[in-house]
Design a protein around this ligand. Structure first.
Ligand code: TRP
Length: 334
């Protein structure tokens, strides 16, 4: 008898190509993507349509998107195993994005904390796209009938809304969309600023010591960790109120695989200086191969182009199936 093969589950995730990924983007999101490629059918996307909700300089934006594409590959995403593509290359995203806006309520979008934060931060450009952003993100996910969406903790609310939109749409038209589950890693879901450890690490931080870029040179990484803000105790342990140390322990734990207890034991009797140096060295060592592969990839633009063209083709094929179904259900003349 023929064996029934279990179909692999589908994963989709995305990241905005607005600058070199930070250690926070890496630990909270991208680092978790590569190990999933064997077990799942994965699609990973550079969300350039999302990025223009904030004004971008055209030349820098184009360069950054190329840089970020190379970074995805350098972080272990494999175009032979996964679909790695640029959002604007697949028009179905904008198309389904518009449709889903008509199934998203004004009140729902008004409650999104990212909208509130970003409209406060860019008060001179509170555009409609910034507001409807979550409907576009829902389209990204639902187009691929994704089962799982690995994201950082800050995207949890958008994912909940995606599920609500999909459930509403299915309620009207029958089973069109798979309802996706979030996949938010426990440790390292949120990496904090090194200068103000109650704030999320952000590439737009004005203090250059607050944020590690994954392409920072080893000496820069070590220097920034040496300056990391801690507390006035001298105990390397994970405890409420020790935001700086908790953050450093989370980072050290994700790059070395050591547990918090092992880390506490390792640094018993040592000052914070030793610990901060160890974290800096471990991070620099962990990021070294990524930087090396990145440099090689950036020297071969033709290869990068062949990868993103192929990704766009595969993504278009899959998303067209969902688009056909959606249009038929809504009653568009086909
Ligand atoms: N909104 C996400 C962010 O800012 C990026 C993103 C866009 C995304 N579309 C997505 C993430 C779909 C997961 C799935 O980080």
């Amino acid at each position: 008898m023929e064996e029934v093969k279990q179909k692999k589950k589908v994963i989709l995730s995305g990241i905005q190509p607005t600058g070199i990924f930070t250690l926070g983007n890496y630990i909270g999101a991208v680092k978790n993507w590569a190990p999933m490629q064997d077990e799942y059918n994965c699609a990973y996307m550079l969300a350039d349509l999302h990025a223009i909700t904030v004004r971008q300089d055209p030349k820098a934006f184009r360069e950054q998107t190329m840089t970020c594409y190379a970074l995805l590959l350098a972080c272990g995403l494999d175009p032979e195993k996964s679909i790695i593509f640029i959002q604007s290359h697949v028009p179905a995203h904008a198309e389904l994005g518009w449709i889903l806006e008509c199934y998203t309520q004004f009140g729902e979008l008004s409650r999104m904390t990212q909208f509130k934060d970003k409209s406060a931060k860019h008060a001179d450009n509170v555009n409609a796209g910034l507001f409807t952003y979550p409907s576009l993100m829902a389209a990204d996910i639902l187009l691929y009938q994704a089962d799982l969406v690995p994201v950082g903790a800050d995207q949890r609310q958008h994912l909940e809304l995606t599920r609500d939109i999909a459930t509403r749409f299915n309620g009207i038209y029958g089973n069109v969309f798979k309802i996706p589950e979030g996949f938010i890693p426990k440790a390292g879901a949120k990496i904090m600023s090194l200068a103000e450890p109650t704030k999320k690490m952000s590439k737009s931080d004005e203090n250059p010591n607050a944020c590690i870029s994954i392409l920072d040179k080893p000496e820069v990484i070590i220097k920034k960790f040496k300056r990391a803000v801690t507390d006035s105790e001298a105990e390397v342990c994970y405890r409420d109120g020790k935001d700086g140390i908790n953050n450093l322990m989370t980072i050290y734990s994700t790059v070395t695989g050591k547990t918090f207890d092992e880390i506490t034991a390792e640094f018993a009797g040592h000052g914070y200086g030793d610990f901060k140096l160890a974290v800096g060295e471990a991070v620099a060592e962990h990021l070294r191969p990524i930087r090396e592969v990145f440099d090689r990839l950036m020297a071969d633009k033709a290869y990068l182009e062949s990868c993103y063209r192929k990704g766009a083709e595969m993504a278009s094929r899959i998303s067209a199936r969902t688009m056909d179904k959606v249009k038929k259900k809504i009653g568009f003349v086909l």
